[in-house]
Design a protein around this ligand. Structure first.
Ligand SMILES: [Zn+2]
Length: 205
C-alpha cells in the first residue's frame, strides 16, 4: 500500500468515528527524508470520501511537486514543523468533539495531564498506567506561520509529548511511521473522551 492509499483509508475510518467530519482534519506521511518529500491531504477534501486523488506531494517548504491539481492543506506548515521537530514519519490531525471541548476547558493552564489510565500504554515508550502525559494547548490562529512557530517551540520544550491540542480546534499527533501515528490517534481520542466524560461526573473520588 502506498502512503497515500494508507492515509486515505485511515481518513475514511476516522470520518466514520466522528473525528474528521466534513472537510476537517488533515493527514501527512513522509515519503522520503533527504530531501524531504511529504504526501499530504489537499485542501477542502471531504474526509468521508477520501481517495488517493486527494493527496499531493510537497517539499520541505510546502511547495507542490509534480502536476497534481489542488492546493495542500492550509495547515501544511504545522505538519512540516512536526516532521522536522519531532522527527515524525507521519502526522495526523483530527477535529474531534472531545479535543475541541477539553482544549477550551483547560486553556487557562496551557494544557493538562492525563495520568493513571491503562490506555496510556498505547503511546510509544510508555510502560505503565502511572505515566503522566502532558497535553499542551496552543491558542488557535489563522496565521499559519505563527502557529507553526508555536508548534515547533512547544515540541522543543516538551520533547516527551505524543500530541498537542489547538484551542476549540483539534488534536495533532504523530509517530515514527503511519501505523504508530494512527495508533496514537486512537489512544489519545480514547483518553480525551474518557477524561472529558469523567469531568462531567464530578465529584472525583
Ligand atoms: Zn485543523
Amino acid at each position: 500500500m502506498t502512503p497515500s492509499e494508507h492515509l486515505a483509508e485511515l481518513g475514511r475510518d476516522f470520518y466514520r468515528r466522528g473525528w474528521v467530519l466534513g472537510t476537517s482534519g488533515n493527514f501527512s506521511a513522509v515519503i522520503q527524508r533527504e530531501p524531504l518529500r511529504l504526501a499530504i491531504t489537499a485542501s477542502s477534501a471531504d474526509k468521508g470520501r477520501l481517495t488517493i486523488e486527494h493527496f499531493l506531494e510537497i517539499d520541505a517548504n510546502g511547495n507542490v511537486l509534480g502536476t497534481s491539481p489542488g492546493r495542500p492543506s492550509a495547515e501544511t506548515l504545522l505538519h512540516l514543523a512536526v516532521v522536522r521537530t519531532a522527527r515524525a514519519g507521519a502526522v495526523l490531525h483530527t477535529h474531534s468533539v472531545w479535543s475541541t471541548i477539553l482544549s477550551d476547558y483547560h486553556i487557562g493552564h496551557g494544557g493538562f495531564f492525563i495520568e493513571g489510565y491503562e490506555m496510556l500504554k498505547g503511546l510509544d515508550g510508555v510502560k505503565t498506567h502511572e505515566h503522566r502525559e502532558w497535553i499542551p494547548i496552543l491558542e488557535n490562529s489563522q496565521d499559519m506561520n505563527a502557529l507553526a512557530a508555536e508548534t515547533s517551540r512547544t515540541l522543543e520544550e516538551n520533547p516527551a509529548i505524543h500530541g498537542f491540542l489547538i484551542r476549540r480546534h483539534g488534536l495533532y499527533t504523530w509517530g515514527k511511521d503511519l501505523t504508530e501515528a494512527a495508533r496514537h490517534v486512537e489512544i489519545l481520542e480514547f483518553l480525551l473522551e474518557s477524561v472529558g466524560r469523567r469531568h462531567m461526573m464530578e465529584p472525583q473520588y
